[in-house]
Design a protein. Structure first.
Length: 535
């Protein structure tokens, strides 16, 4: 009790009663700047208009689109590929050499395989509307063009081996304006380069597109859905992935849509020595185990203007280098059997992101661990959901196991247990212009900013407001240094469970007001690590 009283007097007036300093000026902290919104998105005032975010859909939900339409933020339902011509024959072909397949012309080829025999580079294989039950290899310089995705279908014969419907073996191969389906993986890029334009791939086992070492894939206006897990049939790298790059492959995906695939939408790297390069921009992901993933200490990923909804893990950087802007991860789902759920996880990677919003993710908003490094600017983490299996989790940002996070302009609100937390020796959080509001209670505790187990947090120009239990918690020899901040409206302003802690470290132009108790040293519950089982 003597410790409690003595510590309380440090942050109170001389008469032992908590002082009531005037409110901070509005310019002490700066909220994230999320505007201008991505093209066509709507501004979304929040928190009684004091903060403006961006809304991707004109209504609350994405539109219900047709089978060959892609739901696009701001644009509604956009068709993939050209409309089907009345005669079912591809139109507007400009190549000098065209071989037609499946048309009524007596000179047309009956099968794709026949048209590919001895085909020279620079040739276009034009497919009339119809279903082609074939497997084939596209050599260098050949373009495969359908009449339209709705009516031009490649459907390979069923087989138990992992051979894809289409193999690409050479530079400058193009596939355009058609659909791939059936009981085999979609496209395997064995060598060379592939351009995909206006292509739909749906319902294939294992993967839709797989690019092996040294290859290059460029995808534009690409829609992939319902790719399912086929690991038991094919083994590794067949977990239901929309587009997969391995080794030193390069993948560039723009205006791509990934819907209801069992594994990941976009994934680069399959081992820790891969040097895969990936870029994904202006793309939409819905209902995946993982939305976007990069696995390798040498992989490099660029992400710009993407929306991921309904993923167990919105985005994963495992040892990879990631640069991003305008990333939105919304409405996460804890799937049965999934080892972990999180909005964004950086495991030993190097991440730099500007403008990122995580809303309604499951289990954990953001995780930095295993010596991960992150530089984030203009970040919102809000309303993270608890794990429905046991009611745990719901935290905003967790930094652990030697992670290093630098955060500039962050808004962390209406999460559960912890707004921002740091655990373990060597872990460091540096935060400026950060506001943490209304962290809710859990079976453990509700803390805005917490440092534990020899971790360290430094915060400048911050606000910790209306958190259900404590604005600040320091325990297990954690450390914290605070400058120019406000701790207000909490049950406890600061809960310090480190004997002999220098309280001046918490008082550098920091105002404590309207807390039930400004400072407390009792043994409030101390949370455990946020690392989900499976990581």
């Amino acid at each position: 009790m003597r410790i409690v009283v003595a510590m309380a007097l440090v942050l109170a007036g001389c008469d032992g009663e908590p002082s009531e300093p005037p409110p901070l000026e509005d310019d002490v902290t700066t909220l994230p700047t999320m505007t201008p919104c991505p093209g066509g998105w709507e501004e979304s005032p929040q928190m009684d208009g004091s903060f403006v975010g961006c809304a991707p859909w004109p209504g609350a939900e994405p539109p219900s689109c047709g089978r060959f339409e892609a739901p696009w933020p701001a644009d509604g339902c956009a068709p993939v590929g050209a409309p089907c011509p009345a005669d079912g024959v591809p139109a507007d072909l400009t190549a000098d050499s065209v071989r037609y397949v499946g048309t009524a012309d007596p000179d047309a080829y009956a099968t794709i395989a026949e048209a590919l025999a001895d085909v020279p580079a620079g040739t276009t294989i034009a497919l009339a509307a119809g279903t082609y039950e074939e497997m084939f290899t596209l050599p260098a310089g050949v373009a495969l063009v359908g009449a339209c995705p709705a009516e031009t279908v490649i459907s390979a014969p069923t087989g138990e081996d992992p051979v894809a419907a289409i193999h690409v073996d050479g530079a400058d191969v193009t596939i355009r304006n058609l659909r791939i389906e059936g009981d085999r993986p979609g496209i395997y890029v064995d060598s060379g380069t592939l351009t995909l334009e206006d292509v739909v791939i749906e319902g294939t086992p294992g993967f839709a597109v797989r690019a092996r070492r040294g290859t290059n894939v460029v995808a534009r206006n690409y829609l992939v859905r319902d790719v399912f897990d086929a690991v038991e049939r094919y083994g590794m790298h067949a977990t239901g992935i929309g587009i997969l790059g391995e080794g030193d492959a390069s993948i560039d995906c723009e205006r791509c849509t990934f819907l209801d695939n069992e594994g990941a939408g976009f994934w680069i790297g399959t081992s820790f020595v891969d040097t895969t390069r990936g870029r994904v921009s202006n793309s939409y992901f819905r209902n995946h185990l993982v939305g976007i993933g990069a696995l390798s200490t040498d992989a490099q990923l660029e992400v710009e203007t993407v929306l991921v909804e309904g993923a167990s893990l919105g985005m994963l950087a495992w040892g990879a280098v990631v640069d991003g802007a305008d990333i939105y991860l919304h409405d996460g789902i804890q799937r049965p059997g999934a080892p972990a759920a999180s909005g964004f996880a950086n495991v030993g990677g190097l991440v730099s992101i500007t403008r990122m919003e995580l809303s309604g993710m499951a289990g954990l908003g953001m995780l930095f661990m295993t010596a991960a490094e992150g530089e984030l600017q203009d970040v919102v983490v809000r309303e993270t959901k608890v794990d429905p299996r046991d009611g745990s989790g719901g935290r905003g940002i967790a930094v652990e196991s030697g992670g290093l996070l630098t955060l500039r302009r962050g808004l962390i609100y209406r999460n559960v247990e912890l707004g921002i937390s740091a655990f373990n020796p060597g872990t460091e959080v540096n935060a400026e212009d950060v506001t943490i509001i209304r962290t809710d209670t859990s079976p453990q505790v509700a803390v805005g900013l917490g440092s534990y187990d020899e971790a360290h947090i430094e915060a400048r120009r911050f606000r910790l407001l209306d958190n259900a239990v404590a604005g600040i918690q320091i325990a297990q020899n954690g450390g914290m240094d605070l400058f120019e901040g406000e701790v207000a409206g909490n049950e406890v302003g600061a809960n310090v469970q480190v004997p002999g802690y220098d309280l001046e470290r918490l008082r550098n132009e920091v105002q404590y007001r309207d807390n039930t108790v400004n400072l407390d040293a009792t043994s409030l519950p101390v949370p455990s690590s946020a690392v989900p089982e499976g990581f």
